[in-house]
Design a protein. Structure first.
Length: 410
């Protein structure tokens, strides 16, 4: 098949970008031609991954990336008042060019704005069938907007298919989307060939400045964006807990965003600057090595999170695939697929507001890293029983074929 994916893509940080990368790679390895249309080279610096565009991993086998022009020229961004980057229009125009040049058969647009809207423009103008896949944040934050809702509702009702999960399927049914256009598909699973315990650990040496760092020091890691609701990820509680631990360890924060200054101020106020190492975001294909270097990966997103009801972070699953121990919130542990993991054997679970419990749990792992190793090994065995990326790619192509067959039958 010849597919046009319109979406986020590295070097854009985040779950959508990462999942699109692994899906495109898996589809390409199965012999499909995947053309990714994106604005990834225009991403803001605070949400940009550190990567080399010449790295062969950037465009895996049969994957071709086409980005809008990031240059600050009038040609790339024609002057108009009031000014905008015109992402939707530029993506639609680029998608039409690529679809027509390579005779692509189907549009898979992931994330509602601007990717699904630009995909719908391309669909309407060239007749290529379109399927939409949403994330959690766009359905929670963008769809309800009174300035977007009318447009998004019309598009969702008129595309050829919607990929969603079982919990959100009723939402689209109530919207009036026919059942034959709703396809249930879980999140992209972890690529267990890429994420595995045999990968080499990442060398942090080049990034260490004044932190207390030595070979074998326990590393506690948090990975994610720092935005207006970063407190709901219970990072203040994590910092407070770490400030109460006297043993040698390093808290690695692969984090950035428009509230990063506030987080750094918290680090300073807790007097743990020498124990906290900030890293830039890295590409999806670098994450196995980075996760492998960690003693424990932490995700404490709590009940107050505005997005946890709509999405499930995949970083904990990726960490488990490399055999790493994960400490997560009770709220996250209640969600698929983590609710299948046995507490204290395959995953560590805490009330994210209980600073003393977080401190005690991390302190135990720092003093006895073998406990983290055992939990990581157990979690790897557990998640290895789940769906493979290869099976997921095959189910996705079945959805594509269903849409194409429906179009041919009309």
């Amino acid at each position: 098949m010849k597919i046009c994916i319109i979406s986020k893509y590295p070097p854009i940080e985040g779950g959508v970008s990462s999942r699109v990368y692994w899906l495109a790679k898996a589809l390409g390895e199965r012999g499909h031609k995947v053309h990714v249309v994106t604005n990834s080279l225009e991403v803001e610096d605070e949400y940009r991954e550190e990567l080399d565009l010449n790295d062969p991993n950037f465009m895996p086998k049969n994957v071709y990336v086409h980005s809008t022009d990031p240059s600050p020229t009038l040609e790339a961004n024609p002057s108009h008042i009031p000014f905008s980057k015109m992402y939707c229009e530029k993506l639609a125009s680029l998608a039409i060019e690529i679809i027509e040049e390579y005779n692509l058969e189907l549009i898979d647009s992931r994330y509602l704005v601007p990717y699904s809207i630009s995909g719908y423009l391309a669909k309407s103008l060239v007749g290529t069938p379109q399927i939409i896949s949403h994330a959690g944040s766009d359905l929670q934050r963008l769809y309800p907007s009174p300035y977007l809702n009318c447009l998004l509702e019309k598009v969702l009702k008129n595309v050829d298919g919607i990929i969603t999960n079982s919990s959100k399927a009723p939402f689209f049914a109530n919207l009036g989307v026919p059942s034959g256009k709703i396809f249930i598909q879980p999140q992209t699973p972890v690529d267990l060939q890429a994420f595995n315990p045999k990968v080499a650990p990442f060398d942090l040496t080049a990034y260490v400045t004044n932190q207390n760092y030595f070979q074998g020091i326990p590393l506690i890691a948090y990975i994610g964006k720092i935005t207006h609701h970063f407190e709901t990820k219970c990072l203040p509680e994590l910092l407070k807990a770490c400030s109460m631990i006297n043993e040698d360890f390093l808290l690695v924060l692969m984090a950035n965003g428009n509230k990063i200054a506030e987080l750094k101020a918290l680090v300073k106020s807790e007097n743990i600057v020498e124990k906290v190492l900030f890293l830039p975001f890295f590409s999806p294909w670098m994450m196995p090595s980075i996760l492998k270097s960690c003693t424990c990966v932490v995700n404490l997103e709590g009940a107050s999170s505005p997005t946890l009801d709509y999405h499930v972070p995949t970083t904990p699953m990726e960490a488990m695939a490399t055999g790493r121990c994960v400490l997560m919130s009770e709220e996250l542990h209640e969600k698929e697929p983590y609710n299948k993991l046995e507490e204290d054997k395959e995953v560590l679970v805490v009330n994210p507001k209980d600073v003393n419990k977080i401190k005690e749990t991390l302190e135990t792992l720092i003093r006895k890293p073998s406990i983290a190793e055992d939990i990581g090994a157990n979690s790897l065995k557990a998640i290895s029983q789940g769906e493979s990326i290869e099976g997921y790619a095959e189910k996705t192509t079945q959805i594509y074929r269903s849409i194409l067959n429906t179009k041919k039958a009309k």
